[in-house]
Design a protein around this ligand. Sequence first.
Ligand SMILES: [Zn+2]
Length: 384
Amino acid sequence: MSRSVDSGLVEIPDLGPAQALERVRDGARLVDVREAHERALGMAEGAIGIDRSALTAQPQVHLPDVGAEILLICQGGTRSRLAAQALAAQGYRNLASVLGGTSAWEAAGLPMVRTDIDDDFAERYSRHLRLPEVGLEGQRRLQQARVLLVGAGGLGSPAAFYLAAAGVGTLRLVDDDVVDRSNLQRQILHADDRIGMSKVASAAVAISALNPRTHLEAFHERITSANVERMLDAVDVVIDGGDNFPVRYLLNDACVKLGKPLVYGAVHRFEGQLSVFDAGRHRGQAPCYRCLFPEPPPPEAAPNCSEAGVLGVLPGVVGLLQATEAIKLVLGIGDSLAGRLLQFDALAMRFHQTRLAPDPDCVVCAPGKPFPGYIDYQQFCAAR
Ligand SMILES: [Zn+2]
């Protein structure tokens, strides 16, 4: 047993995890003072969980016998010692802190008690599970979520990778294109030996290699007014990774009609922009894309990547910001970009934010206005 001395405080003996386990088996009380979201990942066998703040505020409520042998454990050994000092100051006489905490206990292969999550889940998402804002409940929400990603290209690639890594349970990916060598400068889902393969099949290879827990629903087709509602069915969040006007207007209109949040992103040369359009769920409060741009620009004013060129990393930046917004929307945390347009200038390395207000006369999202029906977006865009 080693003894640690903290200035001005009572000496609290440290016990190694194996010694602690022996003492517990001999009748010592083991108290895990971590917070509930941390304990949800698993506790040392025999431990009872009491948040440190609750324990030190009213120790007698939880541990009435001040003479009993009490061992305290946290994640790494610091909080347990602080808790022990607080208890010592309140008259507890037989205290010890587990050296290295639950991390050392687990590393030593000592028995753990887990909730109903499996080891793969606990280990894979451990850095999420330690965040109170995500935790076990949030991670389960991600697991149950279905995100529609339209386009497995420059924006869709980083978004799909990170959504899968983060533990989104189902990714629905729609893209009718095949992998071309010129895509590989930015579309990191794909690889040189998959040139010629459909992008959704190539994406399935990459995603399943990264996280086999993520289920991929792959549609090798173009999204049109005929299939858009089928594609949005049972989806929690829609990410527009298409970066072209017909898809953008179609997704906007469908998301307003069906009440789905749309994470919009676009890139051009060295600049990108993104927003969240959530008018379908917040009529008259949040804008839709058409509040901003009621009609598409003329085609000559709106070249796509293949015509204008794009810095390879740029869709990476914007696609990851889209993935960030999608994850926040699923978790219901933070402030979404709804009502704000975020613009990024890679050359100047600057972000600029503009407030967006809903248009009270918007043809699609104005409150009380009936849905005008889908239009032929290809022709609508080509004609302008
Ligand atoms: Zn609108």
